[in-house]
Design a protein around this ligand. Structure first.
Ligand code: SF4
Length: 225
């Protein structure tokens, strides 16, 4: 099969998958960052995403709540000591490093960006503890920019859908840009996080009850239920 035929097939499959996902994700809870940072305030989206890395959703939600109660703004965060931040966010993964990153991030934002979380990818990526996943989520949720945030769920499920054949989040982001309609780039992360937490779980996905079964090639799935 030629590359262009493969691409055409993937674009077609993506459209069908999107239609089904849009309907069937309605019953699931929002991912933790969307839930914690309900107003999509850039400060809250950035901080809760930084806390969420390598951390369970329930732990991230509680840690974010404790931190935002004491530091509802970036200025207030900047006035806290590293020790206080550590106590507030414990037990998120790498809480000591994250406390340092949060303080340094607040310093840079206050000094270089007039206290406003930047809305450019390069500026966000220059902040400590901020990678493409975090930057893209902030740009997408807080600044309504068309970005695809690739986390572990997006990486795994996009490959199971055979929309991409990739090994790194960067490759996945770039490949997905070729097959997903732009208007769904922002939604893709939210829907696949919901799907990955409830149906297309990492080990033994629930294929027999999955409404996508007729469309999904289940690429790489060896055990399912
Ligand atoms: S059919 Fe299986 S592999 Fe495909 S999306 Fe559903 S649960 Fe995941």
């Amino acid at each position: 099969m030629s590359q262009s035929t493969k691409l055409t097939e993937r674009i077609k499959r993506a459209k069908t998958l999107l239609q089904i996902l849009r309907v069937h994700t309605k019953k699931y809870a929002e991912p933790v960052v969307e839930h914690v940072a309900q107003s999509y305030d850039p400060y809250r989206v950035l901080v809760s995403t930084m806390l969420s890395l390598r951390t369970k959703d329930a732990t991230t939600a509680l840690a974010s709540k404790r931190l935002f109660a004491v530091a509802p703004t970036i200025k207030k965060l900047h006035h806290l000591s590293s020790h206080t931040i550590q106590k507030l966010i414990y037990p998120v993964g790498f809480y000591k490093t994250k406390a340092k990153h949060l303080l340094r991030m607040s310093d840079i934002v206050l000094t270089c960006h007039q206290g406003k979380i930047p809305n450019k990818e390069t500026d966000l990526l220059a902040l400590p503890g901020v990678g493409r996943k975090t930057a893209n989520l902030v740009l997408s949720l807080s600044f309504q920019q068309d970005t695809i945030c690739v986390d572990t769920h997006v990486q795994r499920i996009s490959n199971r859908f055979d929309l991409v054949r990739t090994h790194t989040p960067y490759e996945t982001e770039k490949s997905l840009q070729r097959v997903l309609p732009k208007k769904y780039w922002q939604k893709w992360n939210m829907w696949l996080v919901m799907w990955g937490q409830n149906v297309c779980v990492p080990i033994s996905p629930k294929c027999s009850q999955c409404p996508l079964l007729d469309v999904c090639p289940q690429r790489g799935v060896t055990h399912s239920r």
